[in-house]
Design a protein around this ligand. Structure first.
Ligand SMILES: [Zn+2]
Length: 208
């Protein structure tokens, strides 16, 4: 097998893009290539429900044990799993619109519906603190809806929090990947892909 490009990694048998967004929600949006429109991508990394679950574990949203159990559940309920994957991809497209197009009112409503649903499924639990007493933590049911629920709640934090103003889109050819740029110094999603292509092009223009 030929070596993978440096921006990709083989994780549990699935090829996934390495995180570059500095935020798991933005890295979720970066699980497909060419964000020029909502049509099918040339490279789609969420190729199955299992890939979505493995990706969630890869970026630290699910424990190894949860990844294992959700893959088992998906094998028992393949139709439900396929539906959850379609819902996650739909949410990904709507959320991308909301973050990049201030006029995307229809997408905003769709994103809000998914976030509301996830919010209704979480429960506040008391967990023992390190010292004395208890802390509070949100818990979501561990079923096939878990990966999208988690992403929806994190998306709500991103949309309402201070990071929202620091979301930038990569200007690389047909890229459109998003990342956080709090200091306003970052231009490319990755120097090894879009940054490098721009460098090569600039060099070719200079030596022409
Ligand atoms: Zn890029």
């Amino acid at each position: 097998m030929s070596a993978l490009p440096s921006h990709l990694e083989l994780v549990q048998g699935v090829v996934l893009p390495r995180p570059v967004g500095a935020d798991p929600v933005l890295d979720f949006l970066n699980t497909r290539s060419e964000w020029a429109g909502r049509g099918p991508a040339r490279s789609e990394w969420l190729t199955s429900y299992e890939a979505l679950v493995i990706w969630s574990g890869y970026v630290g949203l699910l424990s190894d044990a949860s990844v294992f159990r959700l893959i088992e559940q998906a094998a028992v309920k393949p139709t439900d799993a396929a539906r959850r994957l379609a819902a996650a991809r739909e949410f990904r497209a709507d959320l991308y619109d909301v973050l990049t197009d201030s006029a995307a009112a229809g997408s905003f409503d769709a994103v809000a519906r998914v976030i509301d649903k996830a919010g209704a499924r979480r429960r506040l639990l008391a967990v023992p603190a390190d010292g004395d007493g208890f802390r509070a933590a949100w818990e979501l049911p561990e079923d096939l809806g878990l990966p999208l629920d988690q992403l929806a709640l994190l998306a709500a934090d991103l949309l309402t929090g201070p990071s929202r103003d620091h979301v930038r889109a990569c200007p690389g050819d047909a890229c459109g990947w998003l990342f956080l740029d709090p200091r306003g110094r970052r231009r490319w999603c990755s120097m090894s892909t879009c940054g490098n292509r721009a460098k090569v092009r600039a060099h070719a223009a200079r030596t022409r």
